[in-house]
Design a protein around this ligand. Sequence first.
Ligand SMILES: [Zn+2]
Length: 210
Amino acid sequence: MPRRMLDWFFTPQCAACAAPSTTPFCPTCATTLVECDPERDGELLTPFPTLAPWRFGGALASAIRRLKFAGKLHVARDLAPLWSPVVAAVVHQHDALVVPVPLHWRRRLMRGYDQAWLLAQHACRDATLPPPRAALWRLRATPAQSALARTARQHNLVGVFHARPADVRDRAIVLVDDVVTTGATLSAAAHALYRAGATTVVGLALARTL
Ligand SMILES: [Zn+2]
C-alpha cells in the first residue's frame, strides 16, 4: 500500500510508544537512540565485516520487541529510514543480494511472520533496491540464542543453516538480521552461504547489543 494512503488510514505513530509522530520515533523516544561508532564500540567478532548502525536499547529495543512479540508489523516499515541508507551503500558497494537470516518455519508459522525478513523488505523498498532473496533456511529449530552463553550459542548453530547454491553462487551477499549480539547466528548463516558458493558476505543488523 502506498505510504500516503497508509498515513491517511492510520495516524503515523512512534515505533516505540505509539504516540502520534510523523518521524520513526517521537521526540522523547528519539533522545534514547544511540548511533554506533565503530572506533568507540569496536569491531563485531565475525570472520567477515559486520555493520550495525544503532545500539540496541531504549526506544529502539522497545520498537524491535513490539515488532517481534506484539505483532506490530508496521514497525518494520517505520524503522526502515533508520538503516536503509546503510543497506543501500553496502548493496551498491558490493553489487550484492540482500539475504535475511530466516526463522525456522515452525517459529515463523507460530509468529505469523519473520521480523528480519520484514525489516529487510522495508529497508530495501525505502532504498529502492530489489527485494530481499529467500536464499537461506534453517534445517532445525534451535533454542533462543538469548538464553545461551557464548560457546553454547556457537554450538547451538552448527549446521543449522542451508543456502541454495542457485541463488548465491558467485554473488556477494548482504546478510541481514534485526539484532546482532555475539555474531554467532550471522557467522553460522555466512558459513552456509560460503559453502553454497557466495563470494563475499557482509553482515548487517539494525542494532547491536555489545
Ligand atoms: Zn515515542
